[in-house]
Every structure is written in C-alpha cells, then in structure tokens.
Design a protein around this ligand. Structure first.
Ligand code: BT5
Length: 252
C-alpha cells in the first residue's frame, strides 16, 4: 500500500478527474491540482479554488471497509497535517466532514462512491480542499465563516511541505482503515470536539434543530438531543455553531 501522487496544473475538479478515470487509477492514487475551475462541495455547492494558494486533492480508495471511514481517513490526516505544521492551532472535525479552526472552516471533504457490488460500496473518491495561503480578500467571497492556515497562524506555508505531510498521514490512516477499522472510528470520533456541546443541525429540507450533539453512530449518522430530551438521528445535514454558546475551553 502506498500513496502515489498524480500532479495536475489545472482541472475542473480533482474528484471528477479521479471518478472519470477510477478504473485505470491505482488504489492510493492522490490526484492533486494547483487549480480547480469547478471545485465542488456537497449538494452541488461550489468549492472556492483559487490557483496556487491551497491544496486540492482526491484520494482513490479501492479497499472500502465502510464509506464513513473513508471520510475519516482524510479528516484525520488533515488534522495531523495542521498540527504538524502549525502546532499552535487547534483544528477539530465538525460533522459530517469539515475541518474547523475556531468558528471558521479551513477544509472540506467530499466523498463520492464510484462502485457497488452486492449492495456494498467498493470504490470511493475522497477529496479534500485545505485552505493554506488563501488571503483575507479571497476568503471574503465565501458565504460562511472560512479561514486558512495563513490567516490563523499569521504566516505563509510551503505548499510542498503541506502536501508531503498530508500524504504521510493519508498513508497511515488508510492503513489503519484496512487493518483496524474500529480504531479509526474511535480516533475520528475523538476529533469531533463539539460532542457534548450545543449546536444546530440544518436538515435536507432546511429545517433547523437545536440541541446537544451527543454522539456519532458507526454508520456516520449524528445524534442530537433536543431541549425536550428526545434524541434524534441525522443521516445528513449541516451543523451550525453559535460561537457564543460553544465552550471553547473544551476545544484543544
Ligand atoms: C465541502 O462541501 O466542504 C466539501 C469540499 C470538498 C472540496 C474538495 S477540493 C478537492 C476535491 N475536488 C472537488 O471538486 N471537491 C473536493 P460542503 O460541506 O457542501 O461545503 C461547501 C460550502 O463551503 C460552500 O457552499 C461555501 O459556503 C463553503 N466554501 C466554499 N469554498 C470554500 C473554501 N475554499 N473554504 C472554506 N469554505 C468554503
């Protein structure tokens, strides 16, 4: 098992590129591009991808223990990369697949299934966009609170170092996914620092529910306990945080 980089200059989306060529790309290929002209988020949303300042990468995963764990491989690798290059920062995961610094998004992950056999997912392209040297003006165009390593750490980062660190961590967590999937789930859960805190979830219909984030199920669903004490399960949705209600001391 190894991570093999496939470097592009420009592409519509590294996820689309990897999905279109999934059969011919080896397991563990990391498609990286300097620029994306049509970077995508979930549900047809746009991922801002200015050239030369950030990381845009998609991992070809052909050995899938569970789709949830594929997102976990990228999320945990991103956390380790940020900690290695900027130990003063406190990154955490925000369900379902975001990486946050304080109350702002620094990275997003998009997992897309590419193969099914007997009702099981057999192939996934897991993409990550990590804001590295994006400046304040570039971030200002995003319609939710967003940040970059540059903005948070107040210094520039060498993109090559960031990528090499990410690749090292991707290899480690992909290997864990294969050999010790339960361990990987535990590690992933532990990085959800909003567990136990008050948050809001916006579901697919746009309905907002507030409550305490009490857990994540093995299939990736999140559990929210409302003010009425009733626990509700969400298979998908967007989590909103109210910076004044989060106990930031618990996030370190
Ligand atoms: C995501 O979607 O967060 C998944 C983003 C995945 C991007 C990577 S880049 C490499 C690979 N190739 C692709 O085409 N995609 C993947 P979602 O949770 O739906 O969040 C999208 C929302 O995040 C947008 O609607 C904006 O509000 C916000 N956003 C857009 N660009 C951003 C950026 N650069 N930094 C922070 N937030 C951003």
């Amino acid at each position: 098992m190894e991570i093999t980089r496939l470097q592009l200059d420009t592409v519509d989306s590294t996820n689309t590129y990897a999905k279109d060529r999934f059969a011919e790309l080896a397991d563990g290929t990391l498609v990286v591009s300097t620029c994306q002209t049509a970077g995508r988020g979930r549900l047809g949303r746009k991922w801002e991808s200015p050239p030369g300042v950030n990381l845009y990468a998609s991992l070809v995963i052909k050995q899938v223990r569970s789709p949830v764990l594929c997102g976990a491989v990228l999320g945990l690798a991103a956390i380790d990369t940020i900690r290695e290059l900027a130990p003063e920062l406190n990154p955490f995961l925000k369900w379902p697949n975001d990486v946050y610094l304080g109350d702002a998004k620094v990275a997003g992950i998009l997992c897309e299934s590419t193969g099914f056999e007997n009702g099981r997912v057999t192939g996934i392209v897991a993409g990550i966009g990590l804001n590295v040297n994006m400046n304040e003006a570039q971030l200002a165009g995003i319609d939710q609170r967003a940040t970059s390593l540059l903005l948070a750490a107040k210094r520039e980062f060498n993109l090559k170092n960031v990528l090499e660190s990410l690749e090292k961590s991707l290899l480690r967590y992909y290997t864990t996914q294969l050999a010790h999937p339960n361990d990987l789930f535990g590690l992933w859960q532990a990085q959800h620092k909003l567990l136990g805190q008050h948050i809001e979830v916006v579901d697919g219909q746009g309905i907002v529910s507030g409550g305490i984030f009490v857990g994540i199920e093995p299939d990736g669903a999140m559990i929210l306990r409302g003010a009425d004490g009733v626990a509700r399960r969400f298979d998908c949705g967007d989590v909103r945080i109210d910076r004044n209600r989060v106990n930031w001391h618990d996030i370190h």
